[in-house]
Design a protein around this ligand. Structure first.
Ligand code: PXP
Length: 260
């Protein structure tokens, strides 16, 4: 299992004061030294964390592959074609959302997605689509010409956190998951099954399969056990842990879990 370390949240902290600390390039170098297999960043339309200059410098200076997440907005795709990361992961984007909620709706954006993939491929950038673990979405990803899919693990992570962390006792509890533990356990089981089935189905179509969103030190083992998934992109939990341990240790601890 390879680890893409998403360093967006280092930029979130920097943007809280609009200064240059913590330095995003230092985060990149530390993550690489600690064993990251890939650097993942998201160039959002509202530039709320990663800015164009960050993306250009990271793509130029990283000695490991760079996975640049972006929307299918034409202006953004043109910039990504110019930045030339190793891979672009197309994600849905809503300005008002806190983070990427749900996978790309390919069916409603088929022509725009196809065009984005065409332009990126012409620029020799491989393309992954961030989708829900859903067979129809995988068929569409194949049809529009993606090389890879990244399965959204947000639903699994939310159920896991409600069952096995103190989230439900906090002000961030998820109201739709206020259910009894047996129901939640069944939901968790079903969600893992969906991820496994989707990953195997995508592999069968010749697509590479990654997964990510909400993965952390407690919940990653179940996803790590799905052999059809070969890459995980993890950000918030690693950067959150690094506040107490330093980024080097936080990345090493996640790598150790993936190698276990
Ligand atoms: N993969 C994709 C496509 C994402 O959009 C994100 C969030 O930016 C991640 C992985 C990482 O999610 P998290 O920060 O919850 O680990």
């Amino acid at each position: 299992m390879t680890l893409g370390v998403n360093i967006d949240h280092v930029a979130v902290l920097r943007e809280a004061r609009r200064v240059n600390a913590p330095d995003i390039l230092q985060a990149m170098y530390v993550a690489i030294e600690a064993g990251a297999d890939q650097i993942t960043i998201h160039l959002r339309e509202d530039r709320r964390h990663i800015h164009d200059t960050d993306a250009y410098r990271i793509a130029k200076l990283s000695r490991i592959p760079v996975n640049l997440e972006c929307s299918i907005n034409e202006e953004i795709i043109d910039i990504v074609c110019d930045i030339k990361p190793h891979r672009a992961t197309l994600v849905p984007e809503k300005r008002e959302e806190v983070t990427t909620e749900g996978g790309l709706d390919i069916a409603s954006n088929k022509e725009r997605t196809k065009k984005a993939i065409h332009n990126l491929t012409e620029s020799e950038i491989s393309v992954s689509l961030f989708i829900d673990p859903d067979i129809t979405a995988i068929d569409l990803a194949k049809e529009v010409g993606a090389d890879m899919v990244e399965l959204h693990t947000g639903a699994y992570s939310n159920i896991f956190a409600t069952l096995y962390s103190n989230l439900a006792a906090s002000h961030h509890r998820i109201e739709t998951l206020q259910k009894d533990r047996e129901t939640l356990k069944r939901m968790l089981h079903r969600s893992l099954d969906e991820l496994k089935t989707a990953a195997e189905y995508a592999t069968g179509l010749g697509l590479e399969v990654a997964a990510g969103h909400g993965l952390n030190y407690q919940n990653v083992h179940n996803i790590n056990a799905i052999t059809a998934i070969t890459e995980l992109n993890i950000g918030q939990s690693i950067v959150a842990r690094s506040v107490f341990t330093g980024l080097d240790k936080a990345v090493r601890e996640m790598k150790a879990l993936l190698n276990a």
